[in-house]
Design a protein around this ligand. Sequence first.
Ligand code: UN1
Length: 517
Amino acid sequence: MSKIATAFGINKALDQLGLSEINEGTSTGLNHFGSGEIISSYSPVDGALIGKVKTTSPADYEKVMETATSSFKEWRLMPAPQRGEIVRQFGEKLRELKEPLGKLVSYEMGKSYQEGLGEVQEMIDICDFAVGLSRQLHGLTMHSERPGHRMYEQYHPLGIVGIISAFNFPVAVWAWNTALAWVCGDVCVWKPSEKTPLCGVACQNIIAQVIKENNLPEGISCLINGDYKVGELMTNDSRVPLVSATGSIRMGKIVAQAVAARLGKSLLELGGNNAIIVTPDADIKMTVIGAVFGAVGTAGQRCTSTRRLIIHDSIYDKVKDAVVAAYKQLRIGNPLDENNHVGPLIDTDAVSMYKKALEKVVAEGGKIIVEGGVLAGEGYESGCYVKPAIAEAQNDFEIVQHETFAPVLYLLKYSGDVENAIAIQNGVVQGLSSAIMTNNLREAERFLSAWGSDCGIANVNIGTSGAEIGGAFGGEKETGGGRESGSDAWKVYMRRQTNTINYTTELPLAQGIKFDL
Ligand code: UN1
């Protein structure tokens, strides 16, 4: 164990999460078993090895699918409110383990401990939501056009739901999917990011315990580990009617094509290129908090991170100076230390992408106004710590059009009416999150109208990140069109059936058709 891991109680957290035995040669167990190659998980915080996990071979995958298939046959028979009770117990365990799990998220992924705790809180919240939902999987009743007939719809479980999640929200995104899918009567097979495999095993240990305590079949929740090749086993597998995938647009296009080729369903939550519009009527103090948290929170590695600030020319200098001054206050370092604002990037590949983005924006004619750079020396040994940077740029620069998963913020200027700002905001291929800072009702309503923001999320006087679980989460265009989490997102995890019942002794046909024999 490294010095940092010891000082911040990582050992104890691993113990509490049942991970102290995870090392080479140790199976991660069914439901988290594996006989494939070994993945080593290194912390971006200090570069230390945290643990090793075995990957899932094609033969292991077959065993997982057999277990999941037979478990589904039992699970779908359990009344939905009873499935909700299992999710309630899972939420209780998460409350007990919030601190160790939040700490592991922080240490394995690199986000601040506060954000790690916040992520576990999202899991708890979605469990509560799903428990209530388990009594509200409503369909409609319609009036039949035929006498003595009743027509209604009902929702049934789909079967096996495949979940592919990304490193940046290594536990919450799985929970958004799985808590809903479980109350809907589905069983889940999860492939977490190969960059955060221990978070996956930790979650699986928690749910496996709940399943065991309730004498339920273990395949209700399955874990498979590995890189895209393991993911491909699911995307090509017609036993998996729904694949929910979070990650890059590039990955999403591959998943969507594979799943569509077998006419399966996919739920995609892909890249964002989120902007905040700052109008002449904006509250500057609120703007600075929203923009800075949005751009540097999670070191710019949220799909909802603020990448572009679109500022009216009349207040451009004032907003720019305030944001630059705020950047000077940022403390970069060990994310487990609550005095720091910004932790490391996930790995050194991400650092290279960050460096390339800064070179590219300059090459395209942009101007860096807050210098970036990779930090070295004591506390930065992992090589993953970078300085949040700001560049003045144009929306049509290739690099501005592209989502760089790092703390790089582009300042863009608009003049005239808010419509001009909205056109810039919408002028990218992604469509996840967007925001406007204004106290002007007309501007706010125009931003939210049908000809306003084209994103799945549009906020007024709030930044682009930090969505609550109660709303449907996802975006349009190349963000993939999927919706997860709250509202009626549950419907994608079920199949809808329309039922018509005739309680007469006649057989009238619909549309008034006569067919007398
Ligand atoms: C993601 O980055 O994939 O809205 C999810 C937010 C978080 C979720 C982000 N609640 O920023």
